[in-house]
Design a binder for this molecule. Structure first.
Ligand SMILES: *Cc1c(COP(=O)(O)O)cnc(C)c1O
Length: 415
């Protein structure tokens, strides 16, 4: 906290240079453990984007050279994204992010195939971009089956197969869950979808750039990805649409993106997305091992605190994600205490500000309401080191002790 006081003091002396310096000091003290929410944009990604804001500003649809050089930059990024998931460049459509890709996939496939049927299979643990799109589709006459998960947040491929009906047109199952990190059996589900001739979409926003993905091997027809989850810029993303997939357009206007997604391209963003995905794939083998060690250290040490539980699958989980329940206390209070120590984390139980409902993911996993409120998600990233992990372990251990001493729910032996 003293650095915040220093920061205020520098403003009092009205010394801008000092103030900027002090902000830098503050930034260095921040321990960011919320990489599943968003990541910073990597320096080399920003540098690759910069020319396209100023010198290379032409419209890619224009015939003159500064327009055409932009078109080339977009084509290059399309190849980079395609390579990362083993797709063909012409199967990649740039969007404004994961949310748009999810909306397009669901609504586009639903309305293009409604004559075959109006039944869609998804899961109860999807991101709201999927769940709320499904709710909207239900209001338009589509029927949605929400598959349950086991206590680890895992979908069983058998349950997918059992849910299939003659009028099923789409199966949408997320690649990895954003709250608890569980990696779903995508290849098995892809096989089932293919055998039944049903389109298979996966929201892979948490997985792309973090674990290897192969849309051909996994029989995926549509896949959503988002730049800001792997050190690319916010507001960028893509939808992979396998060649031949029947899907309606979602954004209408000009002829961009092979006449399928209108609007002048976000060229700097698309360039950034391409560089970011290539960079993430190149770093993956080494970085994954490092992140797993940090993740496991956090999990191991935090589970030494009594009355704690790990959320999500113990091994089949994202390399950067741990999610732990601390019984008898509130996740929100833990976050406030951590914030005072400069630690950025998130609750697994992201409450809708309107209601006090616990996380739909934890609820679907069978976690009781009382203890679901005490969960914290820590997601590590490129700048996270051993020291950060140690600091978070010490801080959380202290915080939990303090909060439990204050909580009327805490049993005597834990005070
Ligand atoms: C972040 C996220 C999204 C939304 O992506 P945006 O690019 O932020 O719109 C969708 N699905 C999952 C699983 C996510 O983690």
């Amino acid at each position: 906290m003293s650095s915040f006081q220093e920061y205020l003091d520098t403003w009092n002396t009205n010394n801008i240079v000092k103030a900027i310096h002090s902000v830098n000091i503050m930034e260095k003290k921040i321990i960011y453990m919320d990489h599943a929410a968003t990541t910073y944009t990597a320096k080399e990604v920003v540098n690759a984007m910069l020319p396209y804001f100023s010198d290379e500003f032409g419209n890619p649809s224009s015939v003159y050279s500064i327009g055409q050089s932009n078109k080339k930059a977009i084509d290059n990024a399309r190849t980079q994204v395609a390579k990362a998931i083993n797709a063909k460049p012409e199967e990649i459509y740039f969007t404004s992010g994961g949310t748009e890709s999810d909306n397009w996939a669901l609504k586009g496939v639903a309305f293009a195939n409604e004559r075959k049927g109006k039944h869609i299979i998804t899961t109860s643990i999807e991101h709201h971009a999927i769940l709320h799109s499904c709710q909207w589709l239900a209001s338009k006459g589509f029927e949605i089956t929400y598959l349950p998960v086991d206590k680890y947040g895992m979908i069983s491929p058998e349950s997918v197969e059992k849910a299939i009906r003659p009028d099923t047109i789409l199966i949408s199952v997320m690649y990895a869950n954003n709250e608890v990190g569980t990696i779903e059996p995508i290849a098995e589900i892809g096989k089932i979808a293919k055998a039944h001739g049903i389109y298979f979409h996966t929201d892979a926003v948490q997985a792309v750039g973090h674990i290897p993905i192969d849309v051909v091997a996994d029989n995926i027809d549509l896949l959503s990805l988002s730049g800001h989850k792997f050190y690319g810029p916010k507001g960028t993303g893509a939808l992979y649409i396998k060649k031949g997939t029947r899907i309606q357009n979602f954004i209408h206007g000009g002829a961009q993106e092979s006449k399928r997604r209108a609007g002048t391209e976000n060229v700097p963003g698309i360039v950034g997305l391409g560089v970011a995905i290539e960079r993430a794939i190149a770093k993956m083998p080494e970085e994954t091992q490092r992140l797993i060690q940090l993740r496991d250290k956090l999990t191991r040490e935090l589970l030494k605190i009594p009355a704690t539980h790990l959320n999500g699958h113990p091994t089949k989980r994202l390399p950067n994600n741990t999610n732990i329940i601390f019984e008898y206390i509130e996740g929100e209070s833990i976050l406030l205490f951590l914030n005072m120590k400069g630690i950025c984390a998130s609750t697994g139980s992201a409450c809708n500000s309107a209601s006090l409902e616990p996380s739909h993911v934890l609820t679907a996993m069978g976690v009781s309401h009382e203890i679901a409120h005490g969960s914290i998600r820590l997601t590590v990233g490129e700048r996270t080191n051993e020291e950060d992990a140690k600091f978070v372990i010490t801080s959380l251990t202290e915080t939990v002790k303090k909060l439990r001493a204050m909580s009327p729910l805490t049993p005597k032996e834990l005070r």
